[in-house]
Design a protein around this ligand. Structure first.
Ligand code: PMP
Length: 433
């Protein structure tokens, strides 16, 4: 690994960071400004801190780094593509990495999703999905269908259309109330992947559909795993019935698989747990194995044809960096690597290790719940945790996690071995019990 910056320079960098750089959901230039850890490099499952400490990345850089860092095949894909072209405008021009990636995504996602729209980030993929749904109904002569229906505890991104469908309490609704579109929110799906469906589970949601179907363009939901809005798991039967209700009430179904896509929940896509195919699917995060920012919104032929037969005749969106060739090339390499490898066995191993390793926390009176699904392990505490000391304690044990509120959770890279997962669990147990 390269030599880290000299201690004096490290200190300067950290101070400059605090002075000038804004980090996610953070303050800058005030006493509240967080002191970030300086990262020097990352390789395999490890992050190398500039202060000399090494930690397993238990977050996979926020669900992204499936294959870990500096994977030779992904590095190679980037280098090779950079020697051909790093970027080219996508209007009127196309290229092999985008075309092959689109074909691969069509092949591996639920049946019927045949059209791929690339964009820059997860939030933008959600904006695109919402725009598709609105434009679809507009072109069907139903311009009143402008609203979305979603569930509480959801999270879909930080841009305005995405923010408007995030949980109205946990999200940022109160701050931006005046600027956000108003949508319909049903109660969150009842918790528990294993839960047997009860007749009342979707009653309220169905009522909203009955009463407002003429104004609802689409339902948007994170299939099976609600991520940043609470790290909750719910049952496939709920998802299946919701999908059926959308058909019944002529409402499009948008699945946001930005976090769950590419194997994280134990299926390649979480929709597979319920054997459903959404009308519109959002992908991001792990799409490039965590190397670059790239997202995709897929839709079925019905939605695409509806949009293109409408008044505009075209879909009204086109980001400058759409289908960036470097990002597409590395995404293609990452997806191929995933599909060629035995990802199911790896995720199953991680799931088993998390079940065993986090079990001691179930007995702690500070812990409200321990839940595991696929390569996701969540510990929900009874009280909000003190983030900074907890992170420091975990780091001292060689593990990087980013808790928020009452939630301390891990979604490790799939290349972790048993010892890595045990280390993550042991650090969580030691720091939380
Ligand atoms: N949807 C979901 C389900 C997500 O988890 C996220 C990111 N946490 C987003 C959308 C937004 O993605 P991005 O941060 O890349 O804009």
């Amino acid at each position: 690994m390269p030599n880290p910056a000299q201690p004096q320079r490290q200190q300067q960098l950290i101070e400059l960071d605090q002075k000038h750089v804004w980090h996610p959901y953070s303050a800058t230039g005030t006493d509240q400004a967080e002191t970030c850890y300086l990262v020097d490099s990352a390789e395999g499952v490890h992050i190398q801190l500039a202060d000399g400490r090494q930690a397993i990345d238990g977050m996979s850089s926020w669900w992204c780094a499936l294959h870990g860092y500096q994977h030779p095949m992904l590095d190679q894909a980037l280098i090779q593509q950079s020697q051909k072209m790093s970027h080219i405008m996508f209007g009127g021009l196309s290229h092999q990495p985008a075309i092959e990636l689109a074909q691969l995504l069509v092949d591996i996602t639920p049946k019927g999703l045949n059209k791929v729209f690339f964009s820059d980030s997860g939030s933008v993929a959600v904006e695109v999905a919402i725009k598709m749904a609105l434009q679809y109904w507009h072109s069907q002569g139903q311009p009143k269908k402008q609203k979305l229906l979603t569930v509480k505890n959801g999270y879909h991104g930080d841009t305005f259309a995405a923010m408007a469908v995030c949980d109205p309490v946990n999200g940022m609704h109160h701050l931006f109330q005046q600027s956000l579109s108003q949508h319909f929110f049903a109660e969150a799906p009842p918790a528990g992947f294993e839960r047997q469906r009860q007749s009342q589970d979707l009653e309220q949601l169905e009522l909203l559909l009955q009463q407002h179907q003429h104004e609802i363009a689409a339902v948007i939901i994170e299939p099976i795993v609600q991520g940043a809005g609470g790290m909750r798991f719910y049952a496939p039967a709920y998802l299946k019935q919701l999908h059926q209700l959308c058909r019944q009430y002529h409402v499009l179904f948008i699945a946001d698989e930005i976090a769950t896509g590419f194997g994280r929940s134990g299926k390649l896509f979480a929709c597979e747990h319920a054997a459903i195919s959404p009308d519109i699917l959002c992908l991001g995060k792990a799409l490039t194995g965590g190397y670059m920012t790239l997202a995709a919104t897929l839709c079925n032929d019905k939605v695409a044809a509806g949009i293109c037969q409408g008044e505009a005749g075209v879909f009204m969106h086109g980001p400058t960096f759409m289908a960036n060739p470097l990002a597409c090339a590395v995404a293609l390499a990452s997806c191929r690597l995933l599909l060629q490898g035995d990802w199911q066995a790896k995720v199953a191993m991680i799931e088993q290790q998390l079940i065993t390793g986090l079990a001691p926390l179930k007995k702690s009176n500070k812990v409200a719940d321990v839940r595991i699904l696929g390569a996701i392990g969540v510990v929900e505490m009874k009280q909000a945790v003190a983030k900074a000391p907890l992170q420091e304690s975990l780091l001292e044990q060689g593990v990087w996690l980013r808790p928020f509120g009452k939630l301390v959770y891990t979604m490790p890279p799939f290349i972790c071995d048993q010892a890595n997962i045990n280390k993550i669990c042991a650090a969580m147990v030691a720091s939380l019990a």
